[in-house]
Design a protein around this ligand. Sequence first.
Ligand code: ADP
Length: 544
Amino acid sequence: MLGLMQDWPLLVHKIIDHAALYHGGREVVSRSVEGPIVRTDYRAIAARARKVAHALDRLGIRLGDRVATLAWNTARHIEAWYGIAGIGAIYHTLNPRLFPDQLVYIANHAGDKVLFFDATFAGLVEALAPRLPGIELFVCLTDAAHLPKANIPNLVAYEEFIAGADDHFAWKEFDEHTACGLCYTSGTTGNPKGVLYSHRSNVLHAFIAGQADAMGLRAVDCVLPVVPMFHANAWAMAFVAPMIGAKLVLPGARLDGDSLCELLTGEKVTMTAAVPTVWLALLHYLEKTGKTLPDMKRVLIGGAAAPRAMIETFEKKYGIAVVHAWGMTEMSPLGTLGTLKPAIAELPYERQLDYKVKQGHPPFGVEMKIVDDDDRELPRDGRAFGRLKVRGPAVAKAYFRGEGEGAFGPDDWFDTGDVATIDADGYMTITDRAKDVIKSGGEWISTIEIENIAVGHPAIAEAAVIGIAHPKWDERPLLVVVLKPGLHATREEMLAYLSGRIARWWMPDDVVFVDAIPHTATGKIQKMALRERFGQYRLPTAAA
Ligand code: ADP
């Protein structure tokens, strides 16, 4: 027998309609790409999103067509998302930090028909345009006065594009399983792979992310997603904030400490989210200037492991609670969040920190398990590590156009490519990416754990551990570190610092000091590049 409840389709544009009706005057503040800080609200965004929908419809964009965006977090970008999705077309976020060849591959693979871009990227778009034959119209997210003088065919200013369009244009009707958004993962192995979100998965994911022990956003909150919309949906913020009625502050192109601090303080931001490298820079800026963030209550750190020292500095020095989160593009992206369970919240602070450095526990809507090489489930004892598998209504079941089939197992269990432990309380700890793990004498060494401890040394800004070939042990760890400006440390001091904090056989065989550690387009340490750079490195322990 079926239930007798309504089949109310979970469609993304219903979120912006809800926001317009019940939180219509709630502000959305952007640092515009043109320069000044501009203010709008959910009512205006919803109306302009309908104009975008109408303008695209007039152009001939139909259900299932891909419309790319190459843009920073701004109100216009959000309007474009909702407008595109509202006619059943698919917003496809392009990551401007990728190399031009990768962008060309991705846009052509996706079959993008229109490209919305920020003026910042005019030069890039000019160079790409001849290689993107499928794109019929290039829309620069600005007004006619600021339209860059670039040699881009079929170029129009966004404000001209939507001028005259109907702000009451009716959304199209379609099934909630209809594709809504497309985002490619950086594809460290093989070509980039497209994750195709549906309306249903995006709406459910916003519900999941909004839960009190997940992001815990409320209408009284003011959120600043530093994490770009082109990085896994800005971790759902563009959906959760309007769903809840929280004020949204969008940082545009300027993500440096000074610009962020101005917005965080000036707009009284209570919650923000970004990858650790952004916080590294912001904390450095705060230390240098002596500034504080009096309104900030919570910071979400994810995309790469949040080191203990970073969590401690935010919490003890600035009184800002850290929520450490893990996820991936394939998961929309949230997988786990490190909010404290009651028994852990009662522990002394130092013990709580042991849990905060873990990646957290899954909210309802995410299932996870760890398995061995034969796909047998491993115990949840905090010690056994294995490949982390996940499933849920906001987890991918395939990549766009059938790429990367191997990651999707039977019963929808998706292999994350991460190696992890799960403890008895359900807290998951990522010990490595499967491809970065160091195998020494048949045992695994967690590079992430060593890195997290190494950056606790007061002179160290950033650390990476990679495996170097070793005649006896197959591989041994090499610690690569970047010093904080003006500070100094020696190899021996680094090793002494680690001694007693990690297992003896995990101790790096050597330490090298470098000026900078390379990062991927989504802010992760580029281990592959480091492995190439130190490919011929000879460890002092590798005697001839
Ligand atoms: P890409 O692979 O395209 O950079 P993702 O942002 O989807 O994009 O990356 C997901 C991966 O990032 C995860 O599989 C995991 O390895 C890593 N990651 C994300 N959050 C964390 C975290 N809190 N701690 C450690 N690793 C993390």
